[in-house]
Write a protein that binds this ligand. Structure first.
Ligand code: KG4
Ligand code: ZN
Length: 355
């Protein structure tokens, strides 16, 4: 019989629930965005986010069940983001998932949100292990080898701000609404990136680490020096976008070389995930670097690249296929939870499949 998995995502400002079959068919994908709630504060306020998740979670799960034309009795596993993220929100999704798992006597999966982003390309683009992943979102910027579920090797990460933060904080300084990334991209279309000279932090250093806080500061200084002249805003947006793109491309190229040194894959794959992957200039740049280095380029569709609960349910499906154990309902959510620190759960005799 078809096994249905409910996924729940509450780690930032989206309350999301999805239902997939364990072979990866998407039966429901519900996302309730809190953007309008946080917009007037100029950023996501954790306490307000947690309360909004409490208000919405039940309705979002009910909507997912209705969309999938099913009910809770048909669910064979419950998966929820257990970190990293804003802990108040993570707790809401976790408590609901544990309660449902207990009430329905089905396994519970405490999912690492980053692993959701990391494994999405296997659902959408049928990528096989191992592959190289660039994860670029508002909260994270990392380059990793994805070896298997729960098995990651970190090549590089931002030492400070995420790439999305560089967009969002710079956009805020330029008086643009949040989230800033899409507004910067829109403005950049009519701007000239050569109009401002912005730094490319880290790219002359060995390794694959990144840094974006200096770039954000440089944007703020350049904007002040330009007398906050509205006519120059598109140029500054274009210069910022190009600088972020150059940094991501240069570091990805270094990671591609390290990956091939480590794995020597005949036809290697490069996957980009996270909200910043929506940026067309950045996508084009990464596609170009991939081709130059013999990698096939993959970017999941935007709606599964940004935060969603399909990816959370899919992690549970991957664990089940790999024979990895479900989580204990004692699992304590983690506000910080690096992917490379995931230890593969010991392989079980697929006891969670028994039901
Ligand atoms: O993955 P995501 O939806 O949420 C998490 O941070 O987990 O990513 C959101 C980030 C924000 O920083 C937003 O400004 C950025 O992705 N973003 C973009 C674009 N669309 C979203 N950045 C640049 N260009 C875009 N078109
Ligand atoms: Zn995310």
């Amino acid at each position: 019989m078809e096994q249905l998995i409910l996924g729940i995502e509450t780690s930032c400002d989206e309350t999301a629930a999805a239902i997939i079959s364990d072979d990866g068919q998407i039966l429901a994908n519900q996302i309730s965005s809190q953007i309008s709630v946080h917009q007037r504060h100029g950023g996501v306020v954790p306490e307000i986010a947690a309360r909004a998740h409490i208000d919405r979670i039940e309705g979002v799960i009910a909507a997912a069940l209705a969309e999938a034309n099913t009910d809770t009795s048909q669910l064979s596993a419950i998966a929820a983001t257990a970190g990293p993220g804003l802990i108040g929100g993570v707790l809401v999704g976790t408590v609901v998932a544990k309660a449902m798992s207990a009430a329905l006597s089905v396994p519970y999966y405490a999912v690492n949100h980053l692993e959701g982003h990391a494994l999405t390309a296997r659902l959408t683009n049928q990528v096989s292990f191992p592959y190289l992943l660039l994860l670029v979102s508002g909260g994270h910027t990392q380059i990793l080898a994805v070896e298997a579920p729960a098995k990651y090797k970190l090549y590089g990460a931002t030492l400070d701000d995420a790439a999305g933060e560089a967009f969002d904080k710079s956009a805020k300084a330029l008086g643009l609404p949040m989230p800033g990334g899409p507004h910067i991209e829109m403005l950049a279309k009519t701007g000239d990136a050569a109009g401002f000279d912005l730094p490319r932090p880290m790219i002359r250093k060995p390794g694959c680490d990144l840094s974006f806080s200096g770039l954000k500061t440089a944007v703020i200084q350049a904007w002040d020096a330009a007398g906050k002249d509205a006519a120059r805003k598109p140029d500054l947006a274009a210069a910022l976008q190009q600088a972020v793109c150059d940094c991501l491309c240069q570091r990805s190229r270094a990671a591609m070389q390290a990956f091939q040194h480590d794995y020597q894959v005949a036809n290697p794959d490069f996957v980009v995930a996270g909200g910043v992957a929506a940026n067309q200039t950045i996508r084009n740049g990464l596609e170009h670097i991939s081709a130059e280095n013999g990698f096939s380029f993959h970017a999941p569709p935007i709606n599964l690249c940004t935060d969603n609960a399909v990816m959370i349910a899919w992690v549970a499906a991957e664990y089940r296929h790999a024979g990895l154990a479900a989580s204990s309902r004692d699992f304590a959510p983690l506000p910080r939870w690096p992917l490379a620190s995931l230890t593969p759960h010991e392989t079980t005799k697929k006891m969670d499949h028994a039901s």
